[in-house]
Structures are given as structure tokens and as C-alpha cells.
Ligand binder design. Sequence first.
Ligand code: ASP
Length: 432
Amino acid sequence: MNLATKVIIALILGVGIGLTINLYGGEPSSWINTYLVDGVFHAGGKLFVNALKMLVVPLVLFSLIPGIVGIGDIRLLGKIGTKSFILYIATTAIAITTAIAFAVAFGIGQEMTIPFEPSFTGKEAASSFTEILIGIIPANIIDAMAQDRMLSIIFFSIFFGVALLSIVKDAPDLVGIIEQINKVIMRMVDIVMWFAPYAVFCLIAKAISQLGIELLVQLAGYFMVVIAALLFHAFVNQMLILKALTGLDIGIFLRKIRNAQLFAFSTSSSGATIPVTLRTVQQRLGVDRAVSSFSVPFGANINMDGTSMMQGVATVFVANLYGVELGLTGYVTVVVTAVLASIGTAAVPAVGLVMLTLVFNQVGLPVEAIGIIIGVDRLLDMTRTAVNVTGDAMVTVVVAKSEGFINLDTYNDPHAGEATDLPMIPEHNNVK
Ligand code: ASP
């Protein structure tokens, strides 16, 4: 059985057990919740997410540097960077416009008033745009790594790579060593992924068992519209863009991207999914490291199609609840703010909700209204993260194809780079 099948089975089992616990597990203090949900499931999921996160910084660093050296031409690097940036921004704008269209078409929130206790005060205010820009150049690279500030790490790696490129004749060994470290880290990713089915089971069972099913029923309209818009974007918009810009087979892309989507879904973090996305686009879809080592971590951080969609639907929903007319100017403001906010949204769980404060502020909606939707955000976060990651991979393939950095044989081979089992650890060679 291959990894994707095992992960899907784990996911289904997790949903089943999670639902059972949610319905029959008793009080939050019951032994099932204390020992199983907050104990075993929590630890099982957390260990796995930690292991993935542990690999993100070294992976970005050691794959981006030889990637840059591999491009060999700084102008080409600029071209790849510009193309990915434009595509990331454009796809996010398309995403949120679609979401607003869905929300308006379904008129959600118009016939509803939900009594709520403000549980969200907006104190977790998002950092300003200027701060994000300034932060790209870190004052202290160790500090940036310690805090997972991906844009800063990308900047440092590119800078290092470009400098290395300019003196590559003086440092031929260094390039080789960095390559080898990169291989080791990739191997570590494979090994961590072997544990994925167990971890996915724990993550999903925990999330579902803690989900307020009653709240879900109450907010069903909002919930369903976000999900419908997300699915539409992932399966229609993104695939049309992929087909139109590359002519590649969409079915193959969808089949191969499934693992990364499942990881994103279970971890709710495009940042933690970077190792899996990177592995998928390089080994399964045949994208050269020259493009993917930059484009994937970059996308994980600035490309948030799914997140902006939730924000679009939430804004229309809350505006309707409060009887606020947004009008065309309002909608345009929402699109622009959400697209800009997506650049500053950290690729970790639930940040999209914090960034929603920016959007609400821009169009004059009360920030505490976020308290209405916070209860059902967990499941939406999982789904939108999967859409975010799909967008990262899609744009990466488009850019790679346009610059000739994709191996079409690998792309078209259904079994290329398939992870099946724990990679064999060779017998220890007794070298005396
Ligand atoms: N969890 C999302 C991500 O990591 C961000 C968000 O929407 O909260 O991509």
C-alpha cells in the first residue's frame, strides 16, 4: 500500500474516532478527553509537526543555496522571482474575487442574527505592511531562523547563493558539501513521512473531537460557502490556469499533489508542509531545484489563495449580519487588503483569522465579529491550507515549465518519486 492510501485511511479513521468522541466522549475533563485527546492524540500529532518544522529551515537553506548556484545566472533568478511573485499575487486576487462572488450569490448572513459573546478583541493585531517589508532583511539571521521568519531566511539564502555563485571557482568543495547536506535532509523528510499515517490519524481525531458540532450546524451557511468556494478554486480555477499556461495533464498533477494536500490539511500549516511540497514538486512532478527551492518556500509564505477566500466570505457574511452595504468600493477594498495581507500571513495555523482584523478595519466592520466565526475556523483552516499549498505547487510548475526547468518524463510518469515504505537504511559498513 502506498503512502497516500495509508494517509487517506488514517484520515477516515481519524474523522470516525473524532466524531465518536465529540458526541459521546463526555465533558472536556473526562478521561477520554484528558488521556486520549489531550494526551496520546495531542502528543502524536505534535511530535510529527515538530519533526516537519525542524526540517524546514535547514531544508530551505540547503536547497535554496545550491538551487541558486544551479541557475548560474542572476538575471534568470530575477526572472523566476518576478514571475512567481506576479503569479502568486494574481492567483490570490482571482481566489478572493471568486469567494466574494460565491458569498454574494448565496447571500449568506442576510437572514440570520447570531447572538455572540465577543471572544476576540483584535489585540492580536497583525504586523503592519512596513514592518513586514523591513523584516525581510533580518538584523540577526539566527534570530530569524529561530522564529521561522521565512522571508528573511529566503533573503539570506539567496544572498549567500548569489555571493557563492560569484566566487564559485574559489569554493568548489563548498557547493558539493551543501549538496550533500541537502541530500541528507531530503532523506530525513522521507523518514519523517513514514510516520505520517499515524500522525495524521492523531491530528484529525483531535481536531474533530474538539470541534463544536452544534456551532457548525448554526454556522452551516458560512461554513458550506467557504468550503464550496475553496473546492471550486482548487479544482476549477487553479487547474484551468495550470492547463492554460502549461498545457500539462491536470489529472496527473491532482493525483501527485494529493499527499501535500493531505499534509497541509492535517497540519493546517503551509510552513510545516514545505518539506512535503518540495519533495512532491521535485521528485514527483519533475520540477528542477533551481525553481522549486525558491518558489515553494516563497509561495508558502506569500501565497494564500485559500486564506484570502475565507476572508472574502467572512467579510460578506459579517457585513450582511450587521446590515452593512459594502458596495463595489467595499469589495475592491476587501480584495486589495486581503491580497496584501496574504503576503504578511505567516504559514502557520489560524493566522488567517488574525489577519482578518486588517480587512475588517479597512471596511469598517467591528473586529470582535471575528468571534462569531472563530468556532468553526479550525476545519476551514485545514481546508484552506490545502488550497494554499496546491497554489504553491501549481505556480511552481507553471514557472518551471515556462523557463524549461521541468522534466516532463518525470511529470508524466505516474510512479515517479512515489514514497512507499520506510527508506531502507543500508547495513552499517564497517570501515576500519
Ligand atoms: N494555516 C494557513 C497556512 O498555513 C494560514 C491561515 O489561513 O491561517 O497556510
